[in-house]
Design a protein around this ligand. Structure first.
Ligand code: AMP
Length: 398
C-alpha cells in the first residue's frame, strides 16, 4: 500500500506545480540517443496539465564538474523533444534561478509547461544541488505551491531538487512513474505471487550482497548468472581460469551456498573464451571444463534451457544483471535467452534498472515485460528494502 501522497490526492487547478522529473538521457553531440526517460515522464506531466496545473519542470543531466561541461549538458534539446511528445509548447529558460526564471513562472497559465536548466549547473559553485543546499531547496520551493517528485533514478540521493524542495514546500506527492516503481519494486516484492524467481547477474557479488541477502529470505529460487557465478564455482573448488572472480567473496559465496542450497541455481555451462574480446569465443562447455588460461563470458545453452524451465514455472520473476558480457555480440545469447524466457512465461515480469534493463530494451523486448525500472542504483536500494530519501521526503497520505 502506497502511504505517500500521489498526484490523485492533489488539487492542482491554477496552482504552480514544481515537478522533479528524470530527464537524464544519453546524449551524443547534443543529440538525444534514447528518449525513454522523457517518454516515461509524459503520463504524469499530461495528468497534471489536464488537472490545470502550471508546471515547472526540473531535472539533472549528467555530471557538471567544470564550466566547460555546461555546453554539452544543457537540457535545451530535451525541452524540444518533450514538446513533441506532449504535443504542446515547452518554454525553456536557460537558468536555474533568477529574474528570467521568476518572470517565466509568473506568466504561466493553467496547462503550461516551463522547463528550467539542468539542476546540476548548481553544482559548479559548492555542489549546491548534490549536497542539498538548504537555500537552493528553499528557492525552488518558493516558485511553486506543490511539489511532485517523479524522478526515480535519483530517489536514492538527497539532493536540493528532490529532498530539498519537499522539505520546504507546503504540499508534495509522488508522480505516477515513481508510484509505479514503488508499487512494483517494494510492494510486489514484499508479497509476491509464488513461485517467485529472482535472477541475478552482472559483474560483481560485492555490489549486490544486500539484495542477495534479502532475496534469499523472500524468493523461492534464485538464478545466479553473469560474472558472479564464477566466484560460486571457485567456492565449490572448481577451476575457473581467468574468469571474473572476487577472491575476497569466496567465503561469502560458500556460506550463501550452504544457506541457500535449495534455492540457488547456477549456470551449468558457459561461453568459454581465451581472452576478454568478442572474437576470442572458443566454445560452449560445462563448468568442469574451464582451463586455467580460459574465461567464461556468458552462460551457455544448457543453462539457458534450465533457467527457462524454472522461469516457466514462476508467477513472479525479478531480474537484475545480465548473464554475460552482453556488450559483445558473441556473449549476448545467455542474456537474450533470459529475455525470451521472461516473454514466454505467464509470470509478472520485473526488470530492475541498469544493465539488464538496457539489454532488454536494446534487444527489443521492452514492450513484452511488465515492468522495466527506470532506476539503476535506486532500484537496487529499493530491492534491498532501504528507505530512499527522495521518497521519504514526500508527504504521507492524510
Ligand atoms: P552490473 O552493473 O553489476 O549489473 O554488471 C553488468 C556488467 O557485467 C556488464 O557490463 C557485463 O558485461 C558484465 N558481465 C556479465 N557477465 C560477465 C562475465 N562473465 N565476465 C565479466 N563481466 C561480465
Amino acid at each position: 500500500m502506497m502511504h505517500k501522497q500521489t498526484i490523485h490526492d492533489l488539487n492542482v487547478a491554477g496552482k504552480n506545480v514544481i515537478v522533479r522529473v528524470d530527464f537524464n538521457v544519453p546524449m551524443t553531440d547534443g543529440q538525444i540517443t534514447d528518449d525513454n526517460r522523457i517518454v516515461q515522464a509524459v503520463e504524469t506531466i499530461q495528468a497534471l496539465r489536464t488537472a490545470g496545473g502550471k508546471l515547472i519542470l526540473l531535472s539533472h543531466l549528467g555530471r557538471i564538474k567544470e564550466a566547460a561541461d555546461k555546453a554539452k549538458l544543457t537540457l535545451a534539446p530535451v525541452a524540444v523533444r518533450l514538446a513533441e511528445l506532449i504535443d504542446a509548447p515547452v518554454t525553456f529558460v536557460p537558468a536555474t534561478r533568477g529574474a528570467e526564471v521568476e518572470a517565466a513562472v509568473a506568466s504561466l497559465q493553467p496547462g503550461d509547461v516551463l522547463m528550467l536548466e539542468n539542476t546540476r549547473f548548481e553544482d559548479l559553485d559548492g555542489k549546491k544541488e548534490s549536497n542539498n543546499d538548504p537555500d537552493l531547496g528553499k528557492y525552488w520551493a518558493s516558485l511553486a505551491d506543490v511539489f511532485v517528485n517523479d524522478a526515480f533514478g535519483t530517489a536514492h540521493r538527497a539532493h536540493a531538487s528532490n529532498v530539498g524542495i519537499a522539505t520546504y514546500i507546503k504540499e508534495s506527492a509522488v508522480g505516477l512513474l515513481l508510484e509505479r516503481e514503488i508499487d512494483v519494486l517494494s510492494t510486489t516484492i514484499e508479497n509476491p505471487k509464488r513461485p517467485f524467481v529472482a535472477i541475478l547477474g552482472g559483474a560483481k557479488i560485492s555490489d549486490k550482497i544486500p539484495v542477495i541477502e534479502r532475496l534469499l529470505t523472500i524468493a523461492d529460487s534464485i538464478i545466479v548468472g553473469g560474472g558472479m557465478a564464477y566466484t560460486f564455482y571457485k567456492a565449490m573448488g572448481y577451476e575457473v581460469g581467468t574468469s571474473l572472480v572476487e577472491l575476497d567473496k569466496v567465503d561469502y559465496a560458500s556460506d550463501m551456498l550452504a544457506r541457500g542450497k535449495e534455492k540457488i541455481i547456477l549456470p551449468v555451462d558457459f561461453a568459454i573464451a581465451t581472452d576478454f574480446r568478442n572474437d576470442a569465443f572458443d566454445r560452449y562447455d560445462t563448468y568442469e571444463n574451464i582451463k586455467p588460461n580460459e574465461m567464461g563470458l556468458d552462460s551457455g545453452p544448457l543453462s539457458s534451457k534450465r533457467f527457462a524451465e524454472v522461469i516457466a514455472g514462476a508467477k513472479t520473476v525479478l531480474w537484475n544483471g545480465p548473464m554475460g558480457v552482453f556488450e559483445m555480440p558473441a556473449f549476448q545469447a545467455g542474456t537474450k535467452a533470459v529475455c525470451d524466457a521472461l516473454v514466454a512465461s505467464n509470470a509478472y515480469t520485473i526488470i530492475g534498472g541498469g544493465d539488464s534493463a538496457a539489454a532488454a530494451i536494446q534487444f527489443g523486448y521492452a514492450d513484452s515485460i511488465d515492468h522495466i525500472s527506470t532506476g539503476g542504483g535506486a532500484s537496487l536500494e529499493l530491492l534491498e528494502g532501504k528507505v530512499l530519501p527522495g521518497i521519504a521526503a514526500v508527504q504521507d497520505k492524510k
